[in-house]
Design a protein around this ligand. Sequence first.
Ligand SMILES: *Cc1c(COP(=O)(O)O)cnc(C)c1O
Length: 468
Amino acid sequence: MKEDIELFNIIANELLINEIEHPVADYIDVNELNQAADLSLSEEPVDKETFLAVVKDLVLKTPKTSSKMFFNQLYGGRKSKAVLGDLLAVMLNNSMYTYKVAGVQVGVEKEIINQVCGILGLDKSKSGGTMASGGSMCNLMAMIMARDAFDKKVKDTGNVGKMIVYTSEESHYSITKNAAFTGIGRDNVRYVEVDQEGRMIPNALEQQIQKDLKNGFAPFFVNATAGTTVLGVFDPIAEINEICKKHHLWLHVDGAYCGGVIFSKNYSRLIEGVQKADSFSFNAHKMLNTPLTCSIIIVKNNDHLHNSFSNDADYLYQTGADDYDLGKISLQCGRRNDALKLWTLWKFVGTKGLADIVEKQFYLADVARDYVRKNQDYTLYSFDNSLSICFNYKNIPAKHLCTLLYEKAEIMVGFGSFKGVEFVRLITINSENSAEDILNFFKKMEQFAEQHKALLLAPSAEITKSVI
Ligand SMILES: *Cc1c(COP(=O)(O)O)cnc(C)c1O
């Protein structure tokens, strides 16, 4: 192992230098993948030198999500104390299902859950939570708990009847997938209309529920989003909660992208009412800048986690130690230790430090919006209090611009659309960036646009490669 830790150091150090010199990896066409890197596996072993050379080459050719030119996704950057925790979790290799196997690491995860419940102001004797392998899986767990709470028999009979899910047009696609997984069915997802800023309209929700009730359907679950995937806006949770309470529906708040605002006294107002939800999830690998994946789901009443995810019929007779066998409340059997990386970061910077991360992200977003607003070559499509800055530059089609920036290995940035308009979507999630880095993004993009003007304004056929 010692030898490989040395190899790790060699490769990691080169990567750190390479990220500065070449913040975007060279573009590799999928059809040329096998020529671009030695990916082959064969019967015969390789010698150590070849091994190091091949692995290093592979690492350096991989898209760089922690560099200063990565704005493509709802995650980015590298918090070193969190990376340290994750590396140690790999070394330790515990599965989080039992206290016997994970020991103090169970305590690490429980401390995180407990702290988050405290920040939300939940009753600590009743509330709880767990970690799942992503925000989509947290959403799945929420839908399963809501389904089982609505109809106790479903788990056994598999008959979900005419159960209906409500979510906004702008919500994450996992809601639809999860409706398929849970037996609810994609056709039983109602996409509630959003306002001009992309937030669910409570009145539209109320009307849709009324209509479904009249037609003999069974509403049971509402998903509100804290940080929509495209515009990064927050559904009005408090108002949606009122409607849920009136109709006895489960309210889940999908905070995968921006649920991390709970850590900031200045921005937690954006998620006001979240403590009234039945479940709430957030990705620390997005707003808290930990490595992937680090997803937490909190439930107001922990019994729901036991009810849906423990296979023991005799759960009611649990002993105290049962609470430390986390496998009883998780989706999977073997489970990675995703808690340690958040814990090492949190331990080192404190809750105040987590707030600083969030506030820095909003500050960088303000810098970006301000730049776009003050420059007449730009049109802004997103709003204040969002980490997604959506814009168009001159009359260049967003998709062309993003595709060419990627293919020429200049900047990784994505595009999105809202109400039929396509735009560039810049994400200021990397809290390690400075205001200067954000301004540098614009400068670089403008220079690039000038340099490739002809190609960027050419018909779409000229840019052949497809990108996400
Ligand atoms: C990213 C995201 C998800 C999915 O989270 P994963 O960890 O990628 O599965 C769900 N909902 C929203 C709003 C997101 O932004």
